[in-house]
Write a protein that binds this ligand. Structure first.
Ligand SMILES: NC(=O)c1ccc[n+]([C@@H]2O[C@H](COP(=O)([O-])OP(=O)(O)OC[C@H]3O[C@@H](n4cnc5c(N)ncnc54)[C@H](OP(=O)(O)O)[C@@H]3O)[C@@H](O)[C@H]2O)c1
Length: 328
């Protein structure tokens, strides 16, 4: 079987562009053969493409398929537990087809969600960060930065479902601000191109008790300015500096100002352990059944050759929610 796949041409040192990706045809064979139907896209992948990757997993190498989460349909199987037509998830990545041992594939329940893309969301990170790290609960006043992104759009809804009294989000355009309040049930939102301290002071005069940060930089500083003493800051990502060199991508937060307010600085890394995945899916299903949760997503319909462009569009902020490509 010939598959068409995307490889890294070279590891990325500066700003990513189309030249960093190559389309390759390759012969594949294995115990199980799968047609890829859906691919996940997320800003985190950029870090894995860098020569100075700072994640606790190996960086992706040139001339290898980009190995991200994918969902597909079994076309052929020599394993007794996987059958033609089964829906499976794997790390088979940006390719039209994959093949390998049955142990590389996890069978999914086609009826668990309205669409298989629901399996590709950033829920384990959002749930772990909001429930286990920030320990959000009744009465919390929560600010989520990057709230229209994959993690943030889930984190804000998780906070509301866990009893927060107010959930505020920031995003990069008025359309995304309207989306957060009108469709995802945030109590308030603002465009971070405005003065974030002024916006937060107006929207949360009582002060914030929880900050779920996927952006860093000026939004971290603004959260610090309006936080009540003892607030919890769950530090998830640094979208505002993601295009910089390593030292700029992970700037030192102002610890002295945080200490003066006794802020609990809680940087975390979600490793998607089986427990974290199970905790997310159990709550996600419950909240969907109760109609208190929307799965925020953008599904890009594209062929495999267009996946790098879709990834670059994601980094520019062209999409909202959890982003996946439905291969056409
Ligand atoms: N700690 C962990 O375990 C963990 C796990 C997963 C992800 N992460 C990190 O969490 C962060 C969010 O991930 P994600 O998947 O939610 O991201 P994402 O949805 O893939 O991010 C895309 C969004 O980033 C926003 N963005 C781009 N440039 C920005 C800027 N200069 N300032 C603010 N926002 C900007 C854009 O939204 P706007 O249009 O609103 O600007 C865009 O829609 C990333 O840094 C990721 O690496 C951490």
């Amino acid at each position: 079987m010939i598959t068409r796949e995307i490889q890294l041409t070279t590891q990325i040192a500066g700003v990513p562009s189309r030249e960093h990706f190559t389309v390759v045809e390759a012969e594949i064979d294995g115990e199980v053969l799968v047609r890829t139907d859906h691919l996940g896209l997320a800003a985190t992948y950029l870090e894995l493409m860098r020569s100075d990757c700072h994640l606790p997993v190996p960086a992706w190498q040139p001339n290898q398929r980009i190995g991200v989460m994918a969902i597909g349909t079994v076309l052929r199987s020599a394993d007794p537990d996987l059958h033609e037509g089964d829906l499976v998830q794997s790390m088979s990545g940006w390719s039209t087809h994959s093949a390998g041992p049955a142990t590389s594939y996890v069978k999914l329940d086609r009826d668990a969600y309205p669409d298989p893309t629901y399996h590709l969301g950033q829920g384990p990170t959002a749930y772990y960060g909001m429930a286990d790290v920030a320990k959000v609960g009744p009465g919390d006043v929560v600010f989520v930065s990057g709230a229209a992104g994959g993690v943030g759009s889930l984190a804000g809804q998780i906070a509301r479902n866990m009893g927060a009294s107010k959930v505020i989000g920031s995003a990069g355009s008025q359309a995304k601000v309207d989306y957060l309040v009108g469709e995802l049930g945030f109590d308030a939102a603002f465009d971070y191109h405005q003065d974030p301290v002024a916006a937060l002071t107006e929207l949360a005069p009582e002060g914030i008790t929880v900050f779920f940060d996927t952006v860093g930089g000026t939004l971290y500083e603004a959260a610090l300015a309006v936080a009540v003493p003892g607030a919890r800051f769950a530090s998830c990502g640094s979208l505002s500096t993601q295009l910089g060199a390593a030292a700029q991508r992970f700037p030192e937060p102002d610890r002295a100002a945080a200490a003066a307010k006794r802020i609990e600085l809680l940087p975390f890394s979600c490793h998607h352990t089986p427990d974290q995945i199970a905790a997310w899916h159990s709550h996600f299903r419950t909240w969907l059944d109760q109609n208190t949760f929307v799965f925020p997503q953008t599904v890009v319909e594209a062929g495999i050759d267009a996946v790098p462009d879709a990834f670059l569009s994601l980094l520019r902020g062209d999409y909202r929610g959890n982003v996946s490509v439905r291969l056409t």
